[in-house]
Design a protein around this ligand. Structure first.
Ligand SMILES: [Zn+2]
Length: 276
């Protein structure tokens, strides 16, 4: 889910179904909206030459989409061996149970309520399926249960809704917290600086080839929004809805409810840090 449409310096193209890196194929779900951009990206990830694949975020409960994911994997000579979730929002996770039934796979997620099977998923876990290596990177903030997956062999990271291919994401207050989100962005930045990650495979929108630039952009955007909100409060805009109407005046009104969640998260952060 996003909190704004395309911003300066970001790609204008849409997300595309098909191979994005040597190991990752996108199957775009047919659920486009202001909140989901082109739709949810369902990722099939596998080691070249291996018959086993991992699916990240089956997407909404849309039978044709779930079957398309299976068909794309089969066409590539792959059998889906495991399903992972970046987080529990419905546009990523609603189809997971049906998808798990279709593929006879387990579902692993941080939130125990989303799991099918007895294996959890969290910090330090490394998925090794058919020679593939995916490292779990906790990235709370969009939601408390948000995870990213580092794919070292492709110098890529699958970010779910923590970093999107276009626009910026929302901090879904009260579950999502801004302090956590900023820490997560810094964690992703260190993947780009210390581990050579240069490709973002996002949960919505196009693939980003400048991962470090994208993360820096997100950090700068968050800092400037925070400053705008601090100023708005100083100027007498007190309630979250007053702040939204003032700070997000240029943003489509259909996104204001989502923006209000982010504003609530930012007001909480400013209060906790004694800034307002
Ligand atoms: Zn989400």
């Amino acid at each position: 889910m996003t909190d704004a449409a395309a911003l300066p310096g970001q790609p204008r193209g849409g997300a595309l179904s098909g191979p994005a890196t040597a190991r990752a194929i996108n199957v775009l779900a047919p659920n486009p909206s202001a909140m989901t951009l082109d739709g949810t990206n369902t990722w099939i990830v596998s080691e070249p030459g291996s018959e086993s694949a991992v699916v990240i975020d089956p997407g909404p409960l849309d039978e044709a989409h779930l079957r398309a994911v299976v068909a794309v994997a089969e066409k590539a000579g792959k059998r889906i061996a495991l399903t992972l979730l970046t987080h529990g929002h419905p546009d990523h996770a609603d189809g997971a149970a049906r998808f798990a039934a279709l593929t006879r796979t387990h579902v692993r997620a941080l939130d125990p309520a989303l799991r099918l099977g007895d294996e959890g998923l969290g910090a330090g876990d490394v998925i090794t399926t058919g020679g593939l290596e995916l490292r779990v990177v906790p990235t709370p903030g969009h939601t408390a249960d948000s995870l990213s997956f580092h794919l070292p062999a492709d110098r890529a990271v699958l970010t779910g809704d923590t970093v999107l291919g276009r626009g910026t994401t929302l901090v879904a207050h009260p579950d999502g917290r801004l302090g956590d989100y900023l820490d997560s962005l810094r964690r992703l930045r260190s993947l780009t600086v210390d581990d050579g990650v240069h490709t973002v495979l996002p949960g919505h929108g196009p693939v980003l080839d400048d991962a470090q630039g994208a993360v820096e952009f997100y950090l700068a955007h968050r800092a400037s929004r925070l400053a705008q909100i601090e100023t708005a409060v100083e100027n007498g805009y007190r309630t979250p809805s007053e702040v939204v109407a003032h700070v997000y005046a240029a943003v489509d009104r259909s996104l204001w409810p989502a923006a209000e969640l982010s504003v609530r998260a930012q007001l909480e952060y400013l209060r906790e840090h004694g800034l307002i």
